[in-house]
Design a protein around this ligand. Structure first.
Ligand code: SF4
Ligand code: SF4
Ligand code: FES
Length: 544
């Protein structure tokens, strides 16, 4: 691999790479605002300037620069190296780049910072970006001086509503055009543009339009300062109080990698942010997915166990569930799995049923094994999948070679009398048309996260933890198994469905063979060894 040098350190690079990309891969951060690895190069902020030393024997490219001498009060004509933007400069073999080691670069970075802050309002105490703002960070790292301009700054529109999800503050904007490029290049909706020039320029929405495509929240995410804020998160939390776990979006089968941010002091979840994974979602998420964190703590969570609609202690509900299942006709009992639940939850239920009703798996397996999930929805060619469940492929992989029937098939089996009792892991069903059939069931034991049509029809309801409250693995539409970490404690009486399955197994006289998530995963891994090769992902994601 060819190499070049940054501050004397030898760095390998690939042909065509820019200095900033090769440096970042080697763990060297070159400060930047407008550059984003997923967007085209604009090279307009000039924060990434570096000095390019000439090849041996060639003169350096120099510029005549007027430099102010505070001691004499005079401007002095000086020769200085012409600096190049690292985001645009393509690397060549043997190139010698000076970044942190160059006094000219340090001066340029400080000057760019001062320039960007000239008209910037002193908004930090009330700005949602505070704590994760590049202007704050780079002021500390590269400037550190007080403001010298005491004139009235240029005033521009504040709190402009760009659309249902985004609010714009033109005074905070450094016109890096990341948001403009994102809309055009990724969302494929060029609804934003730059108006005017110089210090009066600002970002505007196309006449007659709102910023209302399916990826609007990403504009706030790529904004390196507090100019774009999300209506959903504005003024809700200070980021330094938040902690993050590596999560997987549950809103569709793409399985975008995300961070789930929560406040550990009260367990409130505040937002979903994309986590870089070049094989799945690159740097992005859609709006639905970014707002889907709300489902984890929504008002329709099942928080208590119930028998016949009456709230009870979870132990009593488990006892009653075991009674009903023991009394059920083993040849007419069905299992309903859920594409909304993790591999662990589904696997635990399958193992329980294998132990209690082995006949279900000898020959007649497809007749009494079903799976459900949310109905299909809108997809696109960017990220969104029409399957609105996070683990359809996972459920199918667990039941292979048998293919479980869908919810309509279960209802038909109930109608025909082939199924009279159901153990269900289900928080949603893909179609509600044939629900009336379930009235014929002698027993319906439900493990669920959210209220839904099955809850009213269940004799026993056991509250299951949401994905944000348990570690879990999900297989996306590409067949990649991805891990999602627990953020907060299970709400109310809820607990992970795999633990509920274990407790039920004990009461049914068939304690299952694992006592912890690790043991459960070992059994699951044994099962997965027989499956097609899958990729795993629990990567931290880089900062861009
Ligand atoms: S709003 Fe943010 S992302 Fe858009 S140009 Fe201004 S600073 Fe850049
Ligand atoms: S594309 Fe699907 S997985 Fe990705 S953020 Fe959107 S809803 Fe979530
Ligand atoms: S990052 Fe803005 S000019 Fe290079």
């Amino acid at each position: 691999m060819p190499t070049f040098k940054i501050d004397g350190r030898e760095i390998p690079f690939e042909k065509g790479e820019t200095v900033i990309v090769a440096a970042q891969r080697a763990g060297i951060d070159i400060p930047h605002y407008c550059w984003h690895p997923g967007l085209s190069i604009a090279a307009n902020c000039r924060m990434c300037l570096v000095e390019v030393a000439p090849p041996p024997g060639r003169p350096a490219l120099m510029l005549n620069v007027l430099s102010y001498d505070p001691e004499t009060g005079q401007y002095i004509d000086q020769q200085k190296p012409k600096l190049q933007p690292a985001c645009q400069q393509v690397v060549a073999e043997g190139m010698d780049i000076r970044s942190d080691s160059s006094p000219h670069v340090a001066k340029a970075r400080a000057s760019v910072q001062e320039f960007l802050l000239l008209n910037h309002p002193v908004d930090c105490p009330i700005c949602d970006q505070a704590g994760e703002c590049r202007l704050q960070d780079y002021w500390l790292e590269h400037q550190g001086t007080a403001k010298r301009m005491h004139d009235e700054p240029v005033h521009k529109p504040k709190a402009q509503v760009f659309g249902p999800t985004i609010v714009y503050d033109a005074e905070r904007c450094i016109v890096c055009t990341r948001c403009v490029r994102f809309c055009e290049e990724v969302a494929q909706d060029p609804v934003l543009s730059v108006r005017e020039r110089g210090n009066v320029n600002e970002i505007v929405v196309a006449p007659g339009r709102e910023l209302d495509n399916d990826y609007t929240l990403m504009t706030e995410h790529v904004c390196p300062v507090g100019a774009l804020t999300a209506s959903d998160f504005r003024f809700k939390a200070r980021v330094w109080f938040l902690r993050s776990v590596r999560s997987v979006c549950q809103n569709c089968a793409t399985g975008c990698n995300a961070y789930l941010d929560y406040d550990p002091r009260d367990g409130t979840i505040y937002r979903h942010r994309p986590r870089e994974n070049m094989q799945v979602n690159k740097y992005w998420m859609c709006d639905e997915g970014m707002l889907d964190y709300q489902r984890a703590q929504s008002a329709d969570r099942i928080l208590e166990a119930s028998i016949g609609g009456e709230s009870v202690k979870i132990g009593s509900a488990l006892d009653r569930a075991a009674e009903l299942l023991k009394a059920a006709d083993p040849n007419r009992t069905a299992l309903l799995l859920s594409a909304q639940h993790s591999l662990e939850d589904n696997f635990a239920l399958l193992e329980l049923v294998r132990a209690v009703w082995p006949a279900m798996f000898s020959g007649g397996v497809t007749a009494r094994l079903f799976a459900t999930g949310r109905p299909a929805g809108k997809g696109d060619k960017i990220l969104r999948h029409t399957d609105k469940n996070s683990n359809t492929a996972g459920v199918l992989s667990l039941t292979a070679p048998a293919r479980p029937g869908n919810f309509a098939a279960l209802c038909q089996a109930v109608d025909s009398g082939a199924v009279t009792s159901v153990l269900a892991l289900a928080s949603a069903v893909e179609n509600e048309q044939s629900l009336a059939s379930l009235a014929k069931l002698k027993a319906l034991v439900l493990l669920g996260v959210w209220q839904g049509p099955l809850v009213d029809r269940a004799q026993v309801v056991l509250p299951a933890a949401s994905w944000a409250e348990a570690d879990g693995q999900f297989m996306n539409a590409q067949g990649m198994i991805q891990e999602s970490e627990q953020a907060v404690a299970p709400a109310g009486q809820s607990r992970p469905a795999w633990k509920l399955a274990a407790a039920l197994g004990v009461r049914l006289g068939q304690p299952i063979a694992w006592h912890s998530l690790e043991e459960l995963r070992q059994s699951l891994a044994g099962r997965q060894a027989a499956l097609p090769k899958v990729a795993r992902s629990l990567q931290p994601g880089a900062v861009s």
